[in-house]
Design a protein around this ligand. Structure first.
Ligand SMILES: [Zn+2]
Length: 283
C-alpha cells in the first residue's frame, strides 16, 4: 500500500508470473459459464459481444507476458488482462464468500471461478488470435527478462545505440516487458548504476552486472511469492517486502553496502532511490 502512493504500477513481472501459473492450474480445461463486468470501460468491445463470444468456450491456456495475462480459448479468441495500477484477482470455490467491491467475475462450469477487484483501471480485452499483432497495447511488448530468448547477447544488442538513460529504457514495456518502478530500484543498485546513467556510457561489465541483477531480483521475488502487499490467486500475500528491498523505498536509511544515506530523487515522472556513493553519475 505504501508504494501505491508513489504512483507506480505495483504488479510487475513476478506478480503476474505467479498469478498466471496459479490461474493455469485452476481454470485450464474448464468452460466459462458466466461473466460479469461492472466497469465496461475496461473492455475493448461492447459487453454483450464480449459475453456472447466467451460464454460456453473452454480455456485452453493461460500465459503471462510482462504485466499482461493471456487467456486462450478453444475458439479463435484470446482474453487479455492488464491490472493497471494493481488488482486483486482471487479464485473462488462454490460457497466461498466473495471479496467485496469486485468489478469483474468469471464463473466456470464447475461453479469455481475468480473475481477481480481493480484499484484504479484495468484492461480486459478480447482479441481474435489472428489479429493479436494488431492489438496495440500488447503487440509491441518486449521479451520478458526471464524468457529463454532473453540472453546477455540479446540484452546487449537491445541496449546498443540507445541514447537514453538506463532507468527510462528498462521500465519502457516496449523494450522489456515486466519491470516497473518497484523492482527497478534494487536492480540498478545491485549493478551499481545510477538511474540517470546514459546507456551509451555503459561498459560490457556493467551490462553484464545489470543483466545478472535483473535475473536475481525477479527470480528471488517469484521464489518468495511476489510483493508482500499484493495478493496471489488464492488471496495470499507474497513474501518479498521491506526486508528484501535493499534501497527501494528506504530514503534516509543507510546503504546496506557502504552505510551512506539513501536518497530519494526525481527521475522524470517517477521517483528513484539511490545510494549516492555506490551509484555514481560521473562516468
Ligand atoms: Zn552505498
Amino acid at each position: 500500500m505504501i508504494l501505491r502512493t508513489e504512483g507506480s504500477a505495483d504488479m510487475e513481472l513476478p506478480e503476474l508470473t505467479i498469478l498466471g501459473r496459479q490461474m493455469k492450474n485452476e481454470i485450464v480445461g474448464k468452460q466459462i459459464s458466466e461473466v460479469e463486468v461492472v466497469n465496461p470501460k475496461c473492455l475493448n468491445i461492447p459487453f454483450d459481444q464480449f459475453e456472447n463470444t466467451i460464454v460456453g468456450r473452454t480455456v485452453k491456456a493461460v500465459q503471462s507476458k510482462g504485466k499482461w495475462l493471456f487467456v486462450k480459448l478453444d475458439s479463435d479468441h484470446v482474453i487479455l488482462f492488464n491490472p493497471g495500477m494493481g488488482a486483486d484477482m482471487i479464485h473462488f470455490r462454490p460457497g466461498d464468500k466473495l471479496p467485496e467491491k469486485h468489478q469483474i467475475k468469471f464463473t466456470l462450469h464447475d461453479k469455481t471461478g475468480f473475481t477481480i477487484r481493480v484499484w484504479w483501471f484495468c484492461y480486459l480485452h478480447l482479441v481474435p488470435k489472428s489479429r493479436l499483432s494488431e492489438h496495440k497495447l500488447t503487440a509491441k511488448l518486449g521479451i520478458s527478462p526471464l524468457d529463454k530468448e532473453f540472453t546477455l547477447d540479446y540484452f546487449t544488442q537491445l541496449l546498443s545505440g540507445n541514447r537514453g538513460s538506463i532507468k527510462n529504457f528498462l521500465v519502457d514495456q516496449k523494450n522489456i516487458a515486466g519491470i516497473g518502478n518497484v523492482y527497478i530500484q534494487d536492480i540498478l543498485f545491485n549493478a551499481k548504476l545510477h538511474p540517470k546513467r546514459k546507456i551509451l556510457s555503459l561498459t560490457a561489465e556493467e551490462i553484464e552486472a545489470l543483466y545478472k541483477s535483473m535475473n536475481s531480483v525477479l527470480r528471488e521475488s517469484i521464489h518468495l511469492g511476489g510483493l508482500a502487499y499484493e495478493k496471489d490467486f488464492y488471496g495470499n500475500k507474497g513474501g518479498y517486502g521491506k526486508q528484501q528491498f535493499k534501497i527501494a523505498y528506504k530514503p534516509g536509511s543507510p546503504c546496506p553496502t557502504c552505510q551512506t544515506t539513501i536518497q530519494k530523487i526525481k527521475t522524470g515522472s517517477t521517483s528513484s532511490f539511490v545510494c549516492p556513493n555506490c551509484q555514481r553519475l560521473n562516468e
